[in-house]
Design a protein around this ligand. Structure first.
Ligand code: FPP
Length: 245
């Protein structure tokens, strides 16, 4: 913890939580147990980020592609999300966490949708940290949705060709009110973005670790932040052009 420079914290950390299935296999358990242990890591990571003062944390909890998994696994993941919301709402309120979602959350069963609405509503005044769960989320789907919504709006307003700037477009994304991630963490030794925040991660620092998500600890999160803080973010410039800190 003492290795972290408080003034250089990432403002937004995004996480691809991968390796639950392999963790279960390694421990001779059913895949569902891997997800259960993964939910424990979610609790640890949320707590750690809140304590450190990270303003935005975004977790890839369920991708649009995950709907293609075996039905019992989809059910288990939905059930875990419900349990998570039931058990953590109190802690979110106490610690000032605001819950937000990105993705097509309307595709989930009513129980989960109701729990999500309630948690979002009851934490809407919190300002300690924004915890965003990506649910039924896909980066390409998000971009296509934005284009369609711009087309829809162009019928009732005078949106012209040259008006579509990067800033204008960003406002049509799910993440309109969230800054781009500074740091992406992906666990389990996979080196892919897997359709996560494709537009938003243009200049995000990528951190990959072999640790499987259920084993990802507070120390692992600290290590990822320390690694991030050693990097020089140039955004296409050269070192000499950057502000001296
Ligand atoms: C990837 O592991 C993980 C997921 C598809 C789901 C992530 C869900 C959780 C961590 C638990 C519930 C979430 C919350 C927010 C409470 P995988 O199954 O693809 O692992 P594998 O590649 O080893 O098979």
């Amino acid at each position: 913890m003492h290795r972290i420079i408080k003034e250089k914290l990432p403002r937004h950390i995004a996480v691809i939580m991968d390796g639950n299935g392999r963790w279960a296999k390694k421990n001779m358990l059913k895949r569902g147990m891997g997800h259960e242990k993964g939910a424990e890591s979610v609790r640890t990571v949320v707590k750690t980020c809140r304590e450190l003062g990270i303003p935005y944390l975004t977790l890839y909890a369920f991708s649009v592609e995950n709907w293609q998994r075996p039905k019992n696994e989809v059910r288990a993941l939905i059930s875990l999300l419900e349990t998570y919301l039931r058990t953590e709402l109190g802690a979110m309120k106490e610690t000032g966490i605001r819950l937000f979602t990105i993705g097509d959350a309307d595709s989930f069963p009513k129980t989960l949708m109701d729990l999500l609405s309630r948690a979002k509503e009851e934490t809407s005044e919190n300002s300690g940290m924004v915890l965003t769960l990506a649910l039924s989320y896909g980066g390409r789907d998000e971009i296509i949705r934005a284009v369609n919504n711009i087309l829809r709006d162009s019928k009732s307003s005078n949106i012209g060709e040259k008006m579509i700037t990067k800033d204008f477009f960003s406002h049509y994304l799910y993440t309109a009110n969230i800054p781009d991630p500074d740091l992406l963490i992906r666990t389990s030794g996979e080196y892919r973005l897997s359709n996560f925040l494709l537009w938003q991660m243009a200049y995000t620092e990528l951190y990959f670790t072999d640790t499987l998500w259920p084993d990802f600890s507070r120390d692992d999160m600290i290590e990822a932040i320390v690694d991030y803080q050693r990097r020089e973010r140039r955004f296409g410039l050269i070192s000499d052009q950057l502000p001296k800190d």
